[in-house]
Design a protein around this ligand. Structure first.
Ligand code: B16
Ligand code: MG
Length: 218
């Protein structure tokens, strides 16, 4: 069989940490008097921690000193780390393990392409890190999604051309990044939100092994 590159986003694709990012950002926004709900949250998915706080401050028309900005970033991350401290394999989203096993059985290359600086900690907690041939995360890039840097770097590490890569993403920013990289984008979530993706599935239980075979042989 062909060897292609399959790049997984982390938050919202492999594990439902998106809900913990939401809780931590909501707490932080409200503590500085800025309204925050699911609509705002959708626009932060896949976006780096720094860019997320910049967006929140923009929505609230607030400017902060650099020290205060850094303090709020640290506070958000501490809350987030508290939320994920007891995370186990039980929080891996349904059928993620089946899809990864299928890719390994068919000798495909697998990478992580996440904006999170906490990605490695989470993969270790989930005991998934050994399954990835490359891990590219928020520590390795200078530009956040929707910039394609994270996915292009992952393809390079896998030694696969971007045209031979498939990206699984739950965020608008991430789907844009995959498209911009010239890769096939598969949205995981709501097709009304992820309308720019090449395909959208509500979750991995809806992705058959036959569909995966078609992606590999295409
Ligand atoms: P951290 P992904 C992204 O991860 C999240 O979707 C986004 O909500 C978060 O702000 C970003 O990581 C940075 O995360 O604060 O842990 O460095 O979806 O690209 O895996
Ligand atoms: Mg995500």
């Amino acid at each position: 069989m062909n060897r292609k590159g399959f790049i997984f986003d982390l938050d919202g694709v492999i594990v439902d940490t998106a809900k913990y990012h939401y809780l931590a950002w909501k707490k932080l926004s409200e503590s500085i008097g800025i309204y925050f709900d699911e609509f705002q949250n959708e626009q932060l998915k896949g976006v780096s921690r720094i860019n997320s706080l910049e967006k929140i401050l923009g929505w609230g028309n607030k400017e902060l000193s650099r020290d205060k900005f850094m303090e709020l970033l640290a506070r958000k991350n501490n809350d987030y780390l508290d939320y994920i401290s007891n995370m186990t394999r039980s929080e891996i989203l349904p059928d993620v393990v089946r899809i990864i096993s299928f890719l390994k059985d068919t000798d495909q290359s697998i990478a992580l392409g996440s904006s999170s600086r906490n990605a490695r900690i989470i993969l270790k907690k989930l005991k998934l890190i050994k399954d990835f041939d490359a891990v590219v995360d928020g520590n390795n890039v200078s530009e956040s999604k929707p910039n394609p840097e994270v996915f292009l770097l992952a393809a390079e590490e896998l030694n696969v051309t971007p045209q031979d890569c498939v990206v699984f993403e739950d965020s608008i920013a991430g789907v844009k990044a995959a498209n911009e990289a010239g890769m096939m984008s598969i949205g995981i979530g709501d097709e009304k939100v992820l309308k720019e993706a090449d395909y959208v599935f509500t979750d991995f239980t809806k992705i058959s092994n036959q569909f995966m075979t078609e992606l590999i042989t295409k």
